[in-house]
Design a protein around this ligand. Structure first.
Ligand SMILES: [Zn+2]
Length: 60
């Protein structure tokens, strides 16, 4: 079975049990950014935020 990219919202720094899963890193980053905007009021996904998300991304 193919592995999925997994991002735990809590690891990014939010008090949240949200888990984002996607087939590709690109898709995972997009979904995580959308989640952060919608659920956590993040106004802008800065390069720093992208780096943070990448750094906590795992494969399962
Ligand atoms: Zn969240």
């Amino acid at each position: 079975m193919e592995k999925e990219k997994v991002i735990r919202c809590r690891d990014v720094g939010f008090d949240c049990d949200g888990v984002i899963k996607a087939k590709t890193e690109e898709e995972a980053l997009k979904l995580a950014a959308e989640h952060a905007k919608k659920e956590h009021g993040l106004e802008e996904v800065t390069p720093e935020v992208v780096e943070k998300i990448k750094s906590v991304m795992t494969e399962e």
